[in-house]
Design a protein around this ligand. Sequence first.
Ligand SMILES: Nc1ncnc2c1ncn2[C@@H]1O[C@H](COP(=O)(O)OP(=O)(O)O)[C@@H](O)[C@H]1O
Ligand SMILES: [Mg+2]
Length: 254
Amino acid sequence: MSKLAAINNLSVQYGDVHALQNISLDIQTGEKLAIIGESGSGKSTFAYALAGLLPFNSKQTGQINWQEFEGKPKTGRDIGFIFQNPSASFDPVMTIGNQLAEIITTYQGLSKTQALGEAADLLNRVQIAEPKAALQRYPHQLSGGQKQRVAIAASIAAAPKLLIADEPTSALDTIVQGEIVSLLEELVGQTDMTLLFITHDIALASQFADRLAVFKQAQLVEIGAREQVLSNPSHDYTKMLIAHCLTLDDGSAA
Ligand SMILES: Nc1ncnc2c1ncn2[C@@H]1O[C@H](COP(=O)(O)OP(=O)(O)O)[C@@H](O)[C@H]1O
Ligand SMILES: [Mg+2]
């Protein structure tokens, strides 16, 4: 397997806050890598550093060496990004069709009509029923799950090599969560796209990730193949996460 990126000693600070400390890991081309950690452990900071989206009050050191792009990847084209709250990605007063068409024309030299056709195809890929009719809708006319599907459509419009999903299901109920995860899995499976899936939920990540990376208090404490991490975790914190989700399972079965 080839490497998409080699990350070396990546650290990020916001003033006195160490949000990431000396993170070193490789991202393999085509893999589904899950980043797991509790709130505040630095997961989003890691995602933003990769996507070049860190805020101005941050200080980044270390290296991110992209091996598959010429120079720096462009977020939106080379890297797709899905945020936790899909509403935040949309303009409330513009139709879904116009918003998708705008993204499509930015990356491909198409007319508006062609771009709208492509937008309908994208909505079909993310399994929105009646995609042509959906183009006419405004964001508030969609459910949370549908909005997240449209946000996923927007993130893959330029056929990025890397898709970063930062807690894409946390704002959704459990059933819709499962559907969105299946959709991501399917979309990634259809292409050679690499998926970086960020979550606080080790059980959710374990449903589909090839590798699991565990973050705790700004540090990477464990990384390995899913089976290896689940059956033989090396760090106490990972053991605790696994034990906790086993206890939850026991609870629901009782
Ligand atoms: N823009 C920011 N300015 C200041 N501190 C921040 C900012 N973003 C995140 N932090 C802090 O950095 C740490 C890591 O945050 P974050 O990467 O958002 O973690 P996670 O996504 O795992 O919840 C936290 O202590 C958080 O409060
Ligand atoms: Mg976060």
